[in-house]
Design a protein around this ligand. Structure first.
Ligand code: KIV
Length: 273
């Protein structure tokens, strides 16, 4: 039991949303990486990032769709449960999939509440700024920490006409400010010019987490499969691959095939007497 008489949360060491927000202005850059299952979530956490995001990029990098639109709330929860079981230190955030927060504030609270209740994750992310301010405020009032996502919003790809750099500085600043004023504890800025991201970062009180938004955001986020070189098809220009696991995996699998065919595997030590 804690001092207040409540049972302590199972994962005691995790970074909290307020602690994450308080990193702005400390000089420490924030890192966030996506994860979608137990073994990779453990690795990402072990690496010491501040946040693990169960992104709706799941739809593309795991499920093989060509956009983030198809993934469902239940599928996000299924994967977030695995991540929730794995992470001990980082803040765990789950993307609200399309259209789980577009059908009114009550539905948004119901869906975000379901995510928190069933996954042991601590916060949700949704795409939007000024247009979602009422929903962000409602979620925060219900005790659900929210991170907003402005700039290129992949769930609106059809409305935006493609995955394009977003350049309307006034609109971007308006969105980021509206999200902060509504109570979001952070905002992801995707695919916007670096100097615009720098000015927004200087002007708002919550941490900006960039992806394709230059070096001056308070932190950076990347998709796990891009970082590790596991992305099958297109890799965006803003990505840096830090490993090439696709080649290593292919080599290992071909070796297995060859050794079975040649009789080298299984050897005596792999059998039982
Ligand atoms: O879904 C996702 O992985 C994301 C990140 C790219 C920020 O939203």
């Amino acid at each position: 039991m804690t001092e207040s008489g409540h049972s302590a949360p199972r994962k005691r060491g995790r970074l909290t949303a307020p602690q994450f927000a308080a990193l702005k202005g400390t000089g420490q850059k924030i890192t966030m990486v996506t994860a979608y299952d137990y073994p990779f979530a453990r690795l990402v956490d072990e690496a010491g990032v501040e946040a693990v995001l169960v992104g709706d990029s799941l739809s593309m990098v795991v499920q093989g769709h060509d956009s983030t639109l198809p993934v469902t709330l239940d599928e996000m929860i299924y994967h977030a449960e695995m991540v929730g079981r794995a992470v001990e230190r980082a803040l765990v955030i789950v993307d609200m999939p399309f259209p789980s927060y577009h059908l009114g504030k009550h539905k948004a609270i119901e869906n975000a509440g379901k995510i928190l209740k069933e996954t042991r994750c601590q916060a949700v992310k949704l795409e939007g700024g000024a247009d979602q301010a009422d929903t962000i405020h409602a979620l925060v009032s219900a005790g659900i920490p929210v991170i907003a996502h402005c700039g290129l919003r992949p769930q609106s790809v059809h409305q935006l006409g493609g995955y394009r750099v977003q350049r309307d500085e006034a609109a971007l600043l308006h969105d980021a400010r509206a999200a902060a004023e509504a109570g979001a504890f952070s905002v992801v800025l995707e695919c916007i010019p670096s100097d615009v991201a720098r000015r927004i970062t200087e002007k708002i009180t919550i941490p900006t987490i960039g992806i394709g938004a230059g070096p001056d955001c308070d932190g950076q986020v990347l998709v796990l499969h891009d970082v590790l070189g596991l992305t099958c098809d297109y890799v965006p220009r803003f990505v840096k691959q830090y490993a090439n696991l696709q080649d290593s995996a292919l080599e290992a699998l071909r070796s297995f095939r060859d050794e079975v065919r040649s009789g080298k595997f299984p050897a005596e030590e792999h059998g039982f007497k």
